[in-house]
Design a protein around this ligand. Structure first.
Ligand SMILES: Cc1cc2nc3c(=O)[nH]c(=O)nc-3n(C[C@H](O)[C@H](O)[C@H](O)COP(=O)(O)OP(=O)(O)OC[C@H]3O[C@@H](n4cnc5c(N)ncnc54)[C@H](O)[C@@H]3O)c2cc1C
Length: 339
């Protein structure tokens, strides 16, 4: 997930999965398992899994008559040995506990080997999936490669210590598109504070050039990391101080509101968040986007569609940001319009 369009598409497919299940249950008395599989347990995957659990258990139960959204199974699958690998051990363990309290199944040391319509493969195991949400990293903008400068494995530009590119002092690359290591040789994370500090650094480099002074290398000042998991659930590290749960979540809220531009925005967001907190209300449940055509899914259709995908070699897990039963449903008629 990277753009707002990706987020809207994810919302559409998640809500559609519930609609499909409701329709199937109403027609046949049963429905395909409502499993959502989140791949990658970094901050994005952890937040996504926690949010899905809350939506399923708190926001949706009253919206459906036939199915029970609260019984949705949410799997967070991570190839590495732990969730939030960049965080210290105590916070990682706390994150797992908080996720489990929300009803998320956490599976570490489990690599997703294939994603296809209606199912995800974890090693040899095939898990039926109403939607698969890819949170295991995004590749860099193709603009980086177009610069002709050396790039890393995911297409980020390898920059010099002053953030310019090799051989071109007049060209700077910063933020998610730049690849640079800290003093300990660890790559800088793709987070907003790195991008903001690099922006200020480049401004200083340009001012130094204009004043005929030497440039200083970029040093990232890590003021802490926060990962939110759900309502009153988060982990935070500020130097040697590690906090989790409600306090960490409050810090997360406070910092995000602080960085919003303008007093009015801060006030509006604060009010909206407080409202959602007390009412569990998630008002935006519109199913938007191109396709409003759905039909009752079945694993039989899913297998057929998967065979088709395998033949064409299009079902590589790297490409599959979101896969749903909808892919399988489309392969058979008759389809029905959602009114
Ligand atoms: C789902 C998600 C959750 C995240 N959560 C957090 C978090 O909680 N905390 C945190 O610190 N960080 C978080 N991040 C990371 C953070 O968003 C990025 O590190 C930060 O936005 C990087 O800033 P940037 O300016 O380098 O890139 P961006 O914010 O991506 O901005 C780049 C801009 O350039 C535009 N652009 C791209 N190509 C071109 C082109 N050819 N011409 C013109 N414009 C172009 C893009 O449209 C975009 O607007 C998250 C990222 C994601 C995807």
């Amino acid at each position: 997930m990277k753009t707002i369009e990706d987020a809207l598409e994810m919302r559409r497919r998640i809500l559609l999965a519930y609609e499909l299940a409701e329709r199937e249950a109403a027609l046949t008395g049963h429905h395909q398992p409502l499993n959502f599989v989140v791949v990658g347990a970094g901050p994005t995957g952890v937040e996504l899994a926690g949010t899905l659990a809350e939506i399923a258990r708190k926001s949706l139960p009253d919206d459906f008559h036939t199915i029970q959204p609260a019984k949705t199974r949410i799997l967070l699958v991570e190839a590495g040995p732990s969730v939030l690998s960049a965080y210290p051990n105590d916070l990682r363990q706390s994150a797992v506990k908080q996720l489990q309290n929300l009803g998320v199944e956490v599976r570490t040391n489990s690599a997703v080997t294939n994603v296809r319509p209606g199912a995800v493969c974890i090693g040899e195991e095939v898990v039926p999936a109403a939607a698969v949400l890819w949170a295991a990293g995004v590749s860099a903008s193709p603009l980086g490669a177009a610069l002709g400068a050396p790039v890393d494995r995911v297409g980020r530009v390898l920059v010099e210590p002053d953030l310019s590119i090799s051989g071109h002092r007049e060209v700077f690359v910063i933020g998610d598109l730049a690849s640079l290591k800290d003093a300990a040789g660890k790559p800088l994370p793709g987070v907003a504070p790195v991008a903001m500090q690099q922006g200020r650094c480049v401004a200083r480099q340009i001012a130094a050039d204009l004043a005929g002074k030497p440039r200083a290398p970029f040093h990232y000042v890590d003021k802490g990391s926060l990962a939110t998991i759900g309502r009153a659930a988060a982990v935070a590290q500020f130097g040697k101080v590690h906090i989790s749960g409600f306090l960490a979540w409050l810090s997360w809220l406070f910092i995000h509101i602080l960085f919003l531009i303008g007093f009015r925005n801060r006030l509006v967001v604060m009010f909206q968040w407080a409202w959602s907190y007390f009412t569990y209300d998630r008002s935006a449940r519109l199913i938007t986007g191109e396709s409003s055509v759905i039909s009752v899914p079945s694993m039989e259709y899913a297998e057929e569609a998967a065979a088709h995908f395998d033949r064409d070699g299009q079902a590589g897990s790297g490409d599959a940001r979101i896969a749903t039963q909808e892919g399988s449903a489309r392969s058979k008629s008759p389809a029905r319009k959602v009114s």
